[in-house]
Design a protein around this ligand. Sequence first.
Ligand code: ASP
Length: 449
Amino acid sequence: MRKVCKFGGSSLANAGQIQKVIDIVSSDPGRQFIVVSAPGKGRPSELKITDLLIGLAKARLNGFDGKREYELISRRITALAHDLNISTELLGIIEENILNAANSSIENAAAYEAQLKAQGEDACARILAEALTLAGIEAHYMSPADAGILLYGTHDDAEIDPQSYTLLSQLRYEERTLVIPGFYGISQDGEVLTFSRGGSDISGAIIAAGVDAEIYEIWTDVDSVYAVNPELVDEPKQIKEISYREMRELAYLGASVVHPEAMLPIYNKAIPIHILNTNNPDAKGTKIVRERSNFDGVVTGISGSRNFCSLNISEYLLNRRVGIVKDILSILAEEGVSFEHMPSSIDSLSIILRDESLPKSKEENIIRRLTDELELESVELVRGLALVMLVGEAMADTVGVTSRAVNCLSAASISLEMIIQDHSEMSVIFVVDGKFCNYAIETLYYEYF
Ligand code: ASP
């Protein structure tokens, strides 16, 4: 069975963790395409290598020599190499690559930072390939450029160029175990572009689609995806199976086990993702599938997040103003503000946004433009909101899910600002005062699980 396995930063944080990765790869010959993140925090006081590289880039961009930042990176890499008996030759190559990236032109700050950030994954892939070889597995490092990961767009939030899938399909004829750095790829002009943070999950998904993998394993540090944030509830329910869409919805409000964009490349091929724990490889994990066959409850999971705001617009006979929504959204678009949801009634509508999309600096101008240019009767901004969401594909076929939730929230004296549900009925969102966010999540969890 052809498998793509992505190992996250915590699975690669030090030599002890990398040894577990070697054992996992060795235990199954199907684990042929290995995608790595950069080493994460070995200890709570340590920083992730990616953050150290960003620190180095920022220091250089701000006119400092970055010597202290470079030393920290070099110390971590050297310790890893030493503990895994990596050759001095390979260590020399890695250090030279990092120094070359650090000494490259800073003229384009975003390009400079992307090139440095990519070094964490690159170094890690080279080290793991040699460590696997020392353990008796014929493993080879392959750069994203050689594998065929072509990207376009911005330097720190790139997108996949569809040509990549044709290039990657050649890897199906490989016999060797390949270790490929995640998180970055190359543009048509040979520039390094990265995905957004945590983007090695996307690299693995692209490779899984390109090589037609039977399964895409994501190895991390939890036994499964949980029905609710485990920081809020003791021993929450472990989810055995979840659909791509349910996972995407839960990730939207903070369930962070998988990057929300990682489902897209494998959607059409319906390749299942299996979440597994490097520290407990015998745990069953969670399967993320395109179509679910097992439903063991109406609600699959609950998530929630603070830091939302709402632009509340009202005017008598608002529903009669043809094109008003287009005009409102045009103003937001002109100001570079993206919105999340838009519940409405006859004479009013609310535009719900993340606080970060509508910073204080833009607030006054946007309210003024909406009021003056569109002559709207009332426009007010309410901050401090939270969105709490029930997710479950089975909700569409079940009567009374929302009323049960509303009853239990009202019994807990949590007042609802708004309720949002679309035609898919796969999720229902309750907008509440931010201070009730965690309490609402806990209340709903104990109601449904
Ligand atoms: N190393 C990158 C990060 O920390 C990408 C990843 O881990 O997937 O965001």
